[in-house]
Design a protein around this ligand. Structure first.
Ligand SMILES: Cc1cc2nc3c(=O)[nH]c(=O)nc-3n(C[C@H](O)[C@H](O)[C@H](O)COP(=O)(O)OP(=O)(O)OC[C@H]3O[C@@H](n4cnc5c(N)ncnc54)[C@H](O)[C@@H]3O)c2cc1C
Length: 460
């Protein structure tokens, strides 16, 4: 890498803004490009959802240092904000009251990134060429030249489809009028759409659980509201999570509430339901599933698809990427977050080294860095960008240091065996002293650390 001065940050979500704060603190010049009309554009789409992590886990340290002299009223670290409150009380002040303001361009959607004068094939001298970012605003196509790029554009706007094979179900696109993706505000802005209707929710994660609980509340006040929970898997209990063992208590509580709802028959559960076709049916919609035992279908007024998200890699086409073929995340991260291996929310902190790409000075951070894996925490993203900013500023020691203890979730189902799996999902990388802060503390106290003693930070 040559000397780094200007760093393009894609996305003004919590992680993109934290990246900009760390870069600024290190004397670099961040330029944040945000597709939406205001910061926190993705989070504003789920502003009604209460976070399961309290304020203490939601604020980046560098951002906090920028805010402190502005007279910012920092929120109670124990309280749980909604997405809307996080935007209003943290992201907006950060973008309007601090030096970051002049570094943010809104309504600026990045549509492509290349290297100035180099197409993807050309190698010699490539790493010395700056990046060229093409973005679109109200005035048309614009170009930004930058020495480094951090893509923190999240995944909210590219939800997974309903189809069980990863492709949209036959008819899914045509039935869009009766389908919502993610977490619609069924008790607020979208109440009229769902009250008194038969509603199916497809998915097994936290978003599906939260929506099912909200629909059950709606059903108590709006007679005629019916709920069907469609699950691809065979065991609803897998969605109940760590319950009381989850150190993020609010997340554990969602699982317990869902378990209670199912036990009391508050909703109909269809397991093993792999959606293949969605078609109109007399003013409603028929959702059909094909499975080994034969075909099944349900007819509902509305379908809410909460099957997770995937990264938009389209605008990264001209860059050389090394992504895991299944998860579409940076390769080194895949073993730590692969849901086939563990459902562990306790991923060891990681940074510039794990997130490095074959394209020098290009990083994917934040929610997008997890690709299709579902367990991302904002706090993890803050540590990622702290480390990346240090690396870009030439402070390799700080880039490699672990500065974070993540909450244990108690929801780990680790299937991999052997000592390595006892270390927050993996052993320390070759030039890091420990796999995570708890491991570091154990080693410094003379103990063997997580990988050898199965104490510390690993699943007990
Ligand atoms: C419903 C829900 C609840 C969650 N609850 C929690 C929680 O309690 N605790 C927790 O730690 N994590 C939680 N998460 C996970 C995660 O921390 C959040 O999604 C967080 O918003 C991720 O931050 P981010 O900055 O990586 O991405 P985002 O917040 O998604 O921000 C990305 C930004 O990039 C912009 N963008 C997208 N494409 C482009 C483009 N081409 N050009 C320019 N800009 C672009 C978007 O408009 C957006 O503003 C939750 C996620 C969801 C969906």
């Amino acid at each position: 890498m040559g000397e780094i001065r200007t760093v393009a940050v894609i996305g003004a979500g919590p992680v993109g803004l934290a990246a900009a704060a760390h870069l600024l603190e290190r004397g670099l010049d961040p330029v944040v490009l945000e597709a939406g009309p205001a910061v926190g554009h993705a989070m504003r789409q789920w502003s009604h959802v209460r976070l399961f992590s309290p304020w203490g886990y939601d604020i980046d340290q560098a951002a906090s240092r920028l805010l402190a002299p502005t007279g910012w009223n920092s929120p109670d670290p124990q309280a749980y904000p909604t997405g809307g409150e996080l935007v209003e009380r943290y992201l907006e002040p950060l973008a309007t009251r601090t030096a970051l303001g002049s570094h943010i361009r809104t309504t600026a959607r990045v549509t492509g990134i290349g290297r100035v004068g180099f197409d993807k094939v050309k190698t010699s001298g490539r790493e010395r060429a700056p990046f060229e970012l093409r973005y679109r605003n109200g005035a048309g196509d614009e170009t930004l030249v930058a020495d480094a790029v951090i893509d923190a554009s999240g995944t909210w706007f590219s939800p997974n489809p309903a189809g069980a094979s990863g492709l949209p179900a036959i008819g899914e696109n045509a039935a869009r009028e009766r389908i919502a993706y993610g977490m619609p505000d069924v008790l607020g802005a979208a109440r009229a759409r769902y009250a008194g209707k038969m509603v199916a929710v497809l998915g097994a994660g936290h978003s599906a659980a939260g929506t099912l609980i909200d629909l059950a509340t709606l059903a108590r006040h709006a007679p005629g509201t019916g709920i069907i929970w469609l699950l691809r898997g065979d065991d609803p209990a897998k969605s109940f999570g760590g319950g009381a063992k989850d150190k993020l208590a609010a997340r554990g509580a969602v699982g317990l509430m869902l378990a209670d709802l199912v036990a009391k028959g508050g909703l109909r559960v269809e397991t093993g339901f792999r959606v293949s076709r969605i078609e109109p049916a007399d003013g409603a919609v028929r959702i059909a599933a094909t499975m080994p035992g034969g075909a099944r279908d349900v007819v509902v007024d509305e379908l809410i698809v909460a099957t997770g998200f995937r990264p938009d890699l389209g605008f990264l086409n001209e860059l050389r990427l090394g992504l895991d073929p299944a998860l579409e995340c940076p390769k080194a991260l895949a073993p730590l977050i692969d849901p086939n291996e563990h459902s562990c929310g306790t991923v060891r902190p990681h940074g510039a080294q794990e997130l490095a790409q074959p394209e020098p000075a290009f990083y994917i951070a934040g929610m997008k860095s997890y690709g299709r894996a579902p367990t991302f925490l904002m706090l993890t993203g803050y540590e990622q960008v702290r480390s990346i900013a240090a690396e870009l500023a030439g402070d390799r020691q700080a880039a490699r240091r672990v500065e974070l203890v993540l909450p244990e979730t108690g929801v780990c189902n680790v299937t991999a065996s052997g000592p390595a799996s006892g270390c927050c999902g993996g052993p320390p990388t070759s030039d890091a002293s420990a796999c995570c802060a708890a491991d570091e503390a154990a080693r410094q106290a003379g103990a063997g650390g997580c990988a050898t003693q199965h104490g510390g930070c690993g699943p007990k």
